[in-house]
Ligand binder design. Structure first.
Ligand SMILES: *Cc1c(COP(=O)(O)O)cnc(C)c1O
Length: 388
């Protein structure tokens, strides 16, 4: 180790010349917002996930909002979801005027525990919003039959899960196929594929896809591209009160380059996760994450568990920061945030596993260009902090 080692960030997007060129191409074209690049990105993302329809939107929060609206979620309804998620999951339910009903997670996967779903259902339940947390697929094979049996739409919060895979009836397939009624992705820089900000909703339901396209563009009955290409004058009309949830062509062009890189990014993350697992395996008090046999994570985040107490989390994170290594605590619990003191929510039961996961989890640095040497430095710093 050098005397003054470079600091290690918790995450860093993989972007470069191809993305710069793509953005420049759009600027030169003169068409900047939702247009041909968005349409091409949608086609390519649909092909990547093997989804019949893909609709690009401004981010995953707006994607979740539109998916829940399409599922018919409205004021007073309940949506079953995880508290242990980025707060946008619960906020999307709140944006519909509905009440999030939180169920606890399985400690091994940090994902919604399917065994707790049945008891969470009430006469007000309108949908289930499951999360593929930090890119590890949730147990769709257990959740989906329950949703079907109760006639409840299933929305997948796949914000972190572009490129993750699930074993489905003996074949590996990408998250987003979709198995639920719609799956929503984020292209924020903390995820693998980034467009700065951005999102995508994939679905099998042509009617839902039409609804997404209408609502993302002010409820306008005629898309811009149609008006601009028309040989005759077209007067647009606004058929429903909509939103401006558009992705821009600038972002989509960057996204198309990122999509080409995605399989390579996932392969690299999976190697790096194995390296971490090896380096951290024998550190007392540290538990490394693992995948069920039916899931292949894209390792959007690498969360280790400090077994034996919340009080160690802050001290260990501080010790790492003192050696120039940035970390984050485990995934948050929405029900503990000040925002959720003032709004309606319900717990379907104890949320103890969710809270422990937040208090004992530490997200270690992980990004495409992170070297084996940097991973070793992180592991050694964790070892030193844990034995202090
Ligand atoms: C990042 C994230 C979101 C929000 O995505 P944005 O594109 O930033 O709106 C939603 N849910 C989960 C689980 C996330 O990790």
């Amino acid at each position: 180790m050098s005397a003054d080692p470079k600091s290690i960030p918790v995450a860093r997007p993989l972007v470069g010349e191809p993305e710069c060129e793509a953005a420049a191409r759009v600027i030169r074209s003169g068409w900047l917002t939702q247009g041909p690049e968005v349409a091409a990105f949608e086609r390519e993302f649909a092909a990547f996930t093997d989804a019949p329809h893909a609709c690009a939107v401004s981010n995953c929060t707006t994607a979740l909002h539109l998916a829940l609206l399409a599922a018919g979620v409205g004021p007073g309804d309940e949506v079953i979801t995880a508290s242990h998620s980025f707060i946008a999951t619960a906020n999307a339910v709140h944006m519909c005027g509905a009440v999030p009903v939180f169920v606890d997670i399985e400690p091994a996967t940090y994902n919604l525990d399917p065994r707790l779903l049945e008891a969470a259902i009430s006469p007000l339940t309108k949908a289930i919003l499951c999360v593929h947390q930090v890119g590890l697929p949730c147990d769709l094979a257990a959740i989906l039959p329950m949703a079907h049996a109760r006639g409840l739409p299933l929305i997948e919060d796949a914000a972190c899960a572009a490129g993750s895979e699930i074993l489905w009836e003996g074949r590996w397939e990408r998250i987003g196929r979709p198995r639920g009624d719609a799956a929503c992705f984020s292209f924020h820089p903390r995820k693998l594929l980034t467009t700065g900000d951005g999102g995508m909703i994939v679905t099998r339901n042509a009617e839902w896809d039409r609804k997404f396209r209408l609502l993302r563009q002010h409820g306008m009955g005629v898309p811009d591209a149609v008006r601009h290409g028309a040989k005759q004058v077209v007067f647009e009309d606004y058929v429903v009160p909509g939103f401006n949830y558009r992705l821009t062509d600038l972002q989509a062009a960057v996204g198309r380059e990122q999509l080409k890189r995605l399989p390579g990014m996932v392969a690299r993350r999976r190697e790096q996760a194995e390296v971490y697992a090896r380096l951290l395996a024998d550190i007392p008090g540290v538990r490394v994450p693992s995948e069920p046999a039916w899931a292949r994570a894209n390792w959007q985040s690498y969360i280790v568990r400090l077994v034996g107490g919340a009080n160690r989390q802050r001290a260990i994170m501080q010790s790492l920061l003192d050696s120039g290594i940035a970390t984050r605590r485990g995934v948050m619990c929405s029900h503990r945030e000040p925002a959720y003191r003032a709004v309606a929510w319900r717990a379907a039961g104890p949320l103890a596993e969710s809270e422990w996961a937040q208090d004992e989890g530490i997200i270690l640095p992980l990004y495409h260009e992170m070297t084996a040497g940097e991973q070793e430095r992180v592991a050694e710093a964790v070892r030193a902090a844990c034995s202090a």
